[in-house]
Design a protein around this ligand. Structure first.
Ligand code: 5GP
Ligand code: MG
Ligand code: MG
Length: 201
């Protein structure tokens, strides 16, 4: 969708190539996704694991919708946070840093839903699933806002995908380019000008 059809912050003018998923559509999709997650997981205690920073917006939207979808549940949801870092500029470094692992001991024996922003090579999600297994989580599911249509470097289970997208570098709705654009409300593709402007020099 053309960028000029949307209310884009002035500071990002010219930095975007296209809006690929507008905010309103994300909201509707997350509502349905929450219903699908509830249908699959049922009335069980559920721990939601937010993978920061990228998934913060998706996470809060999903928690809100799950709260409605699970309104008849007798078992509560809990939330936990972890931070993963692997991207430099627009490329994955393949070296995944996990921060905040020490807080996850409480996930032992729990049903955990990992909430990711985007799956590209699959390495980050695979690493997280492995980590939760080591911590002794009882059951694990994964949900991702975006799933890139590229061959995975490692096969990883993606249980609930909000949107499948082509192999483009994405920003907005929590996703960054060198820490910028997380505050953009829509999911967008960058323009060459924007990539050059915010490149790590
Ligand atoms: P993977 O390990 O699957 O290659 O990459 C996963 C992580 O890299 C994601 O959780 C995300 O933080 C980052 N990433 C992958 N593709 C993109 C992208 O197109 N845009 C942004 N902003 N981050 C990405
Ligand atoms: Mg991520
Ligand atoms: Mg990033």
């Amino acid at each position: 969708l053309p960028v000029d059809a949307f209310d884009i912050p002035h500071c990002y003018e010219g930095d975007l190539g296209a809006v690929i998923v507008p905010e309103g559509m994300i909201k509707d999709r997350v509502r349905r996704l929450a219903k699908d997650i509830h249908a699959k997981i049922g009335d069980n205690e559920l721990s939601l694991l937010c993978v920061l920073k990228g998934s913060y917006k998706f996470f809060t939207a999903l928690v809100d919708e799950l709260a409605y979808a699970r309104s008849s549940c007798t078992q509560p949801m809990t939330v936990d946070f972890i931070r993963c870092q692997s991207y430099e500029d627009t490329q994955s470094t393949g070296m995944i840093q996990i921060i905040g692992l020490s807080n996850l001991q409480e996930l032992k024996g729990k049903n955990v839903l990992i909430v990711e922003d985007i799956v590209d090579s699959g390495q980050t999600l695979a690493r997280l699933l492995h980590t939760l297994e080591e911590l002794g989580a009882q059951k694990t599911w994964t949900t991702t806002l975006l799933s890139k249509n590229v061959p995975r470097k490692v096969d990883v289970k993606e249980d609930f995908v909000a949107f499948r997208i082509p192999d483009k570098f994405i920003v907005g709705y929590g996703l960054d380019y060198n820490q910028k654009f997380r505050d953009l409300n829509h999911i967008c593709v960058m323009s060459p000008k924007g990539i050059e402007k915010y490149r790590n020099k």
